[in-house]
Write a protein that binds this ligand. Structure first.
Ligand SMILES: [Zn+2]
Length: 291
């Protein structure tokens, strides 16, 4: 690990989770309500948590959402880190990495390039981020589907991660790896369609562990609690959650937006998200781990 990463908060949190045998959510946040709810849930449960932003959140808010997330992190009494997920545009990676007191980690997603070019560009941005004390993440293989705020990889077929593929990405210097082992971006359409290859996950984890790289989870929409817990049991630390914690909030807004005053709508919305994040903190075994 380079010296500038010694005090990196995302790395510390993820290593502590792996050594402690628990996971914690990385909550995809599109607005201030979600940031507030995430921090309140972590404080209430005395648990670590990460705030995830897609590049959309930077451009849509002219960077203000990043500042809000960072301010929430800096004033919290539990470990919180701010992560940029699926940064596919190199201008955004540069902008994000150059932000003072902004992101603790950045996922470099060059999956729209051919493999060798993908690896070359990933290595370049890993170095750029590391020089600024920011941890990095990549997604070897290709997960199917798209997510609100992430460009769809189009008609490209999903490719499951092999240990060899993982190793090639590990060689770029990344700190965290998001394997494709049957998980997809977007909706699965019911429990029966969630087909995870835990044997593959175990092999990729073993390869990663040899290089000190930690495994994170993408694609958890509609995950039942036991499947989520099983992922954590297999050594996954940060588990990205999107619709899994935002669904009741979205449904409440859809049903009540026309008849409820805005302040009430917002306050109730925060409570609904907080409740779901607290539940996931319990499921992943994070509750109480912040002391
Ligand atoms: Zn992903």
């Amino acid at each position: 690990m380079t010296s500038t990463l010694q005090s990196n908060k995302a790395i510390k949190m993820i290593k502590a989770a792996r050594e402690g045998g628990y996971g914690f959510p990385g909550v995809v946040t599109y607005n201030l309500e979600t940031i507030i709810a995430t921090v309140r849930a972590a404080e209430a449960k005395r648990a670590p948590v990460q705030i995830l932003l897609f590049p959309w959140a930077i451009s849509s808010s002219d960077g203000l959402l990043v500042k809000a997330a960072a301010a929430a992190r800096d004033s919290a009494t539990v470990p919180i880190a701010v992560h940029l997920d699926h940064a596919q545009d190199e201008n955004i990676i540069k902008l994000a990495a150059d932000m003072p007191n902004g992101f603790d980690s950045i996922m470099i997603d060059m999956s729209h390039y051919e493999k060798d070019e993908n690896l070359r560009r990933t290595a370049k941005w890993v170095e750029y981020c590391h020089e600024r004390g920011i941890a990095t993440e990549a997604e070897p293989g290709r997960m199917e589907g798209g997510e609100d705020g992430v460009a769809h990889t189009g008609d490209l077929e999903g490719v499951l991660t092999t240990p060899e593929e993982a190793q090639r990405f590990i060689n770029t210097g990344i700190d965290f790896l998001a394997p494709a082992f049957g998980n997809i971006h977007g909706d699965y359409g019911g429990r029966d369609n969630i087909k995870l290859d835990f044997d593959r996950l175990r092999k990729v984890s073993e390869t990663s562990a040899q290089s000190g790289v930690e495994i994170v989870l993408h694609g958890t929409n509609g995950f039942p609690d036991d499947i989520m817990a099983n992922c954590v049991k297999h050594g996954i630390t940060r588990c990205n959650v999107n619709k899994l914690v935002l669904k009741p909030y979205s449904e409440y807004y859809r049903a009540h937006a026309a008849s409820t005053i805005l302040t009430e709508l917002i306050d109730e919305g925060i409570l609904l998200i907080q409740r779901e994040v607290e539940h996931q903190l319990d499921v992943m075994g994070a509750s109480g781990k912040a002391g």
